[in-house]
Design a protein around this ligand. Structure first.
Ligand SMILES: Cc1ncc(COP(=O)(O)O)c(C=O)c1O
Length: 369
């Protein structure tokens, strides 16, 4: 007989998911209603409005895709690209690489702009690449979770628009933990995830598209290659005057995100971003006092994802396993080029507290001596 579920509670300090507020867990157990019930439509409308406020946009098409952040990524590319189009992707970590894979699966011509992992993409690189080609869109990751780099966007956004291309941005890790100003920064299409700084469970992907993006979609000559992620249909379910069935909305997850977004706005965006920064600085001071070095230069460090170099002679897997098994603390291993070389410590949403920082510093001191 299989036993009832009873996983041990953890302190989630990896690259996501982050800790979830008990109010959000409670929202998950709210009674089920139909996905076209007028009450649910009202909840969807509120989720859209709170998501607009978080993205700092007036875009009407701002909603959540019914799957994790990768589906938000895929939604942007499959709807904006047609076979034969050209797309430029900036790559300085795992998630830029993932974008490239999707672009190629769309049958589009890929132009890569690569920077070393752990460093941001320099605006000059994008400028040079735009002089050599005329892409339909340029895509970039705002917060590269694999390395801890915060990518400045405004200068690149201007170059992209001067070249007549759309600007597509991944904000999976940044949204809810630092400024994401979709309208002011000229972002045409954007996606995120719920399990990082929004601190809801994984399962939905907030997205937003401006009118320029929608016009490009309306002018398509070919069908979107993915039925499930075709925004021309999803739009009718989320924003149509008469809501039309597309797929059965994930009711409980929408409840959870509704509550998580309500908590985000109750705290206030500025206060929330300030808290993320404060706890990042506390962790930084504590780790530097212990002799740890950060991977990323100070001006490009993410407040919610701290990549630190593993000191020589430390068996990184043993330390992570001890943190998990003896202290119930989860931190992240390095990915790709940084596997075995860095740890990734997340201070995202509900996990960004002085208590989390103190617990981790204390546990690391115990383990490393
Ligand atoms: C920057 C970035 N983009 C995309 C994704 C993919 O999101 P998901 O794992 O929710 O599909 C992640 C997940 O960690 C991420 O950090």
């Amino acid at each position: 007989m299989v036993k009832e579920l009873n996983p041990r509670a953890r302190f989630l300090m990896g690259p996501g998911p982050s800790d979830v507020n008990p109010m959000v867990l409670k929202a998950l157990s709210t009674p089920m209603i139909g996905h076209l019930d007028p009450q649910f439509i009202e909840i969807m409308d509120e989720v859209m409005e709170m998501t607009r406020q978080l993205f700092q946009t007036n875009n009407q098409l701002t909603s959540v895709i019914s799957a994790t952040g990768s589906a938000g990524m895929e939604t942007c590319f499959v709807n904006l690209l047609e076979p034969g189009d050209t797309a430029m992707v900036c790559v300085n970590g795992v998630f830029g690489n993932r974008m490239c894979d999707i672009v190629e699966r769309c049958g589009a011509k890929l132009i890569r702009v690569d920077a070393p992992w752990g460093e941001p993409i320099a605006p000059g690189q994008v400028k040079d690449a735009l002089e050599k080609s005329k892409p339909k869109l340029v895509a970039i990751v705002h917060a590269e979770t694999s390395t801890g780099v915060l990518q400045p966007l405004t200068e690149i956004s201007k170059m992209v628009h001067d070249a007549g291309a759309l600007f597509v941005v991944d904000t999976v890790t940044s949204l809810g933990g630092t400024q994401v100003k979709v309208d002011e920064w000229g972002i045409d299409a954007v996606y995120s995830g719920t399990q990082k700084c929004i601190s809801a469970p994984p399962g939905l992907s907030p997205v937003s598209f401006n009118t320029k993006s929608l016009e490009i979609m309306d002018q398509r000559k070919t069908k979107v290659q993915s039925w499930y992620l075709d925004l021309s249909m999803i739009r009718k379910y989320w924003t149509g005057a008469k809501r039309a069935y597309h797929h059965t909305g994930p009711i409980s997850m929408v409840y959870a995100v509704h509550e998580a977004l309500r908590i985000v706005h109750q705290e206030g965006l500025e206060a929330r971003f300030e808290r993320h920064l404060r706890n990042h600085k506390k962790l930084l001071d504590g780790l530097e006092a212990m002799g740890f070095e950060f991977l990323v230069a100070p001006e490009y460090r993410l407040p919610m994802l701290n990549a630190i170099k593993i000191p020589n002679g430390v068996d990184e897997q043993t330390v992570r396993a001890r943190l998990l098994n003896e202290y119930n603390i989860e931190i992240g291993a390095g990915l790709g080029d940084f596997a075995g070389k860095v740890w990734r410590i997340g201070l995202m949403g509900e996990s960004s507290t002085p208590n989390h920082v103190n617990l981790l510093l204390g546990a690391l001191k115990d383990i490393l001596g």
